[in-house]
Design a binder for this molecule. Structure first.
Ligand code: IVH
Length: 683
């Protein structure tokens, strides 16, 4: 490929990706699947690695992260990031309105109401339409430059496509979408990791992570609520928000212009419960004087503007009685306790259940059955128990004793050392595990047969038509047409029987057929190997190329793959060592599923490293570790995992392990820096 061809392809791919990204984030639509989108991105990244001179600052590849930042640079804000005064009551708000009226000396003013998003404030600087810098609030005067991480937030434009002022600043709140937070936590619990405490802290922690690819995987989002600049031409805040929307920034559509304080109070009342349906956590309403001239007239106190104020909703907590605890068994056998509560009204919804995570959480709270507990609705969709009212504890109440046997199949539970969760080891015979594995297999991110709902799968299992996911590929239209299955009606609180219609049956058969073309990495993810999530599945697929290599891999070979730790390696080896799993794979192979990766042809960059072997260690400035490995391969070299006398070079980054350094020195290996490495590839 010539340089010119590469540039043309990079431009074409970038345009396509930007188009689909806009469609998804601005218009809530999609014309291609997530997988197809990722494929486009992957192609772009491969090309950019091959032709780094065409890796532009606003390339959509910046969205996937990959760079490591060790120390975030401190940046002084051009305009300080102030805080807002708070009020907690109508009366205080009405008093504030009085002060605004007196300050302006007129009745002629309007307010702009927005929700107060509970996340992390971020300031974005654009120059010539390009995102130049993203800085956290810090102490209000100076904050941290988190640009690489902010670029992974897909709703933040890297380049504004409209005619815009030469330079301007946009401020907003980065948040961890509630659904995303639940997803990440479910995954963490499944993996035996501690769940993240709440979306707000998790969001601000994520924004300051060193590895931007982890930031990208968490899918943070951002609402913008403030436009500033020296040469802007607006007379009201409403106009500036409309402008931001038109430029493609994510402005929450929940705002309202209010002409009187009475209307403001109505807005506050309206959103008190409705706000819980929003993707972000909110803790109040921000009320701003709409006219910018009037804002200037009112000015600032030392800490905050006089023209704006925050009304905070009361912390939402209620007390109720813990009636019992149920235990849910997941697809990997992990057991999650759930508190059943006496129904109580909290933040506009009736709460009957609260999550308890694991036995440690029950012990930490010191729960007794019959206890009066405090429940709070934070960012999570399911509320949580925050404490106990010990004074109300019934005399005869007993501490909660964690179950010892599986509530579904009565097998004795196990708890591995160092893990928070209990597990049911009866993976082959425990009904929710069997069902859970099939549900995992058919989900969109895996084999994408989700026209087949959970109830139908249960129907198939109950009728003995399948025993596991491989059985799906032997189903016929006749098996499905008219299949009876039970559905649960919340209203009646009971099951009723339904049967599958012809149209649904043929849709399912078609989806199963199409799923045979699913790429290897998604099939691998669908197998449901513990600790093998989407990212790990991709890494394994890329490294081992096909299932046979992966099945034959030893623990040591697995650990040598970047980002594969011992726990994952052990789990993979254990999975494939089981006869029943090898048999499943064979059945899926016979059905025609994809068990090797499609190779994307990447041309070599050069041969300056031909025949040479490299070990890389530590953290690098120009490349991520994966990029560095890619570079070595593209230039004809080979990456190995351990230092031996045969090794040619050790590329030493910062913070590399002293043991490696000592060993390499002893063996007389060439130890080179990142800079020397770059010189080597350039000849
Ligand atoms: S306006 C000078 N609008 O609340 C006023 N702030 O307590 C600039 N916040 O640091 C802020 N939602 O992080 C504004 N709709 C909204 C907001 C909002 C959340 C945060 C922001 C600010 C803090 C002040």
């Amino acid at each position: 490929m010539t340089e010119q061809q590469a540039l043309a392809q990079i431009q074409e791919l970038s345009e396509k990706i930007n188009y689909h990204n806009d469609l998804y984030y601005q218009k809530d639509k999609s014309e291609i699947t997530d997988y197809e989108f990722d494929q486009l991105l992957e192609k772009l990244i491969a090309l950019e690695n091959q032709f780094p001179q065409y890796k532009f600052e606003d390339s959509p590849s910046q969205r996937v992260g990959g760079t490591i930042t060790k120390n975030f640079e401190t940046v002084v804000h051009k305009y300080p990031m102030l805080s807002l005064g708070n009020t907690y009551s109508k009366e205080d708000l009405i008093d504030w309105d009085g002060r605004v009226k007196r300050g302006l000396g007129t009745d002629d003013y309007a307010y702009f109401c927005e929700l107060k998003f509970d996340g992390t404030a971020l300031s974005l600087t654009y120059e010539n339409g390009q995102l130049k810098r993203a800085v956290t609030r810090g102490d209000g005067t100076q904050g941290d430059d988190v640009t690489t991480n902010a670029k992974t937030i897909r709703s933040i434009p890297l380049k504004v496509k409209h005619q815009v002022p030469k330079s301007f600043e946009v401020r907003g709140e980065v948040y961890f979408p509630k659904k995303e937070f639940e997803r990440v936590n479910a995954e963490r619990i499944e993996n035996g990791e501690e769940p993240l405490a709440n979306p707000r802290n998790a969001g601000s922690g994520t924004l300051k992570m060193q590895d931007s690819s982890i930031v990208a995987s968490r899918k943070l989002d951002c609402y913008l609520y403030y436009l500033l600049g020296d040469s802007l031409d607006f007379s009201t805040h409403s106009e500036s928000m409309a402008q931001l929307e038109q430029w493609g920034f994510n402005v929450s559509p929940t705002y309202k212009r209010c002409n009187t304080i009475a209307e403001v109070l109505e807005y506050i009342a309206e959103w008190e419960t409705k706000r819980h349906d929003l993707p972000s956590e909110t803790d109040g309403v921000v009320i701003k004087v709409d006219s910018l001239d009037q804002q200037n007239e009112l000015g600032f106190t030392a800490k905050s503007p006089r023209w704006a104020i925050a009304y905070k909703y009361k912390a939402e907590s209620a007390s109720t009685v813990l009636e019992s605890i149920s235990y849910q068994v997941g697809r990997t056998g992990s057991v999650t306790p759930v508190a059943n509560l006496k129904p109580v009204l909290l933040a506009g919804t009736t709460v009957k259940r609260a999550s308890l995570h694991n036995a440690n959480e029950i012990a930490r709270l010191g729960l007794h059955l019959g206890d009066t507990v405090f429940v709070e609705k934070g960012g999570e969709i399911i509320p949580k128990i925050t404490g106990i009212d010990e004074l109300q504890r019934p005399n005869d109440s007993m501490p909660v004793e964690y179950i010892t046997h599986c509530p579904e199949c009565n097998t004795e539970l196990v708890r591995k050392e160092g893990e928070a969760n209990h597990y049911c080891p009866n993976s082959e015979g425990c009904p929710p595990q069997i069902l859970g594995r099939i549900e995992h297999f058919i989900q969109r991110k895996a084999l994408d047969i989700d026209s087949l709902g959970s109830e139908t799968i249960r129907g198939l299992l109950d009728n003995g038509l399948i025993e596991n996911y491989a059985g799906l590929y032997r189903l016929t239209f006749e098996d499905l047409n008219g299949l009876e299955f039970k559905t649960f009606s919340e209203k009646k609180g009971d099951y009723s029987t339904r049967s599958l219609r012809e149209k649904s049956a043929s849709n399912i058969i078609e989806a199963i057929e199409i799923s045979k073309k699913t790429p290897f990495e998604r099939v691998l993810f669908g197998l449901g190997i513990r600790y093998v999530g989407q990212t790990v599945a991709e890494k394994l697929a890329q490294n081992f190329k096909n299932i046979d290599n992966l099945m034959a891999a030893s623990k040591e070979e697995l650990v040598a793959v970047p980002e594969i730790g011992e726990r994952i390696a052990e789990s993979v080896v254990d999975f494939f060592s089981q006869e029943s799993h090898r048999d499943l794979i064979q059945q899926l192979k016979n059905a025609g599923l994809q068990f090797e990766i499609e190779v994307i042809e990447v041309e070599q960059e050069g041969s300056n490293l031909a025949e040479k072997t490299f070990v890389i260690s530590g953290v690098f400035n120009t490349f991520s570790r994966d990029e560095l490995k890619e570079k070595i391969k593209l230039n004809g070299g080979k990456v190995v995992s351990s230092i031996s006398a045969k090794l040619d070079y050790l590329v030493a980054g910062d913070n590399m392990g002293p043991a490696k350094l000592e060993k390499a020195t002893k063996l007389g290996i060439n130890i080179i820096s990142e800079e020397e490495f770059i010189k080597m590839i350039n000849g």
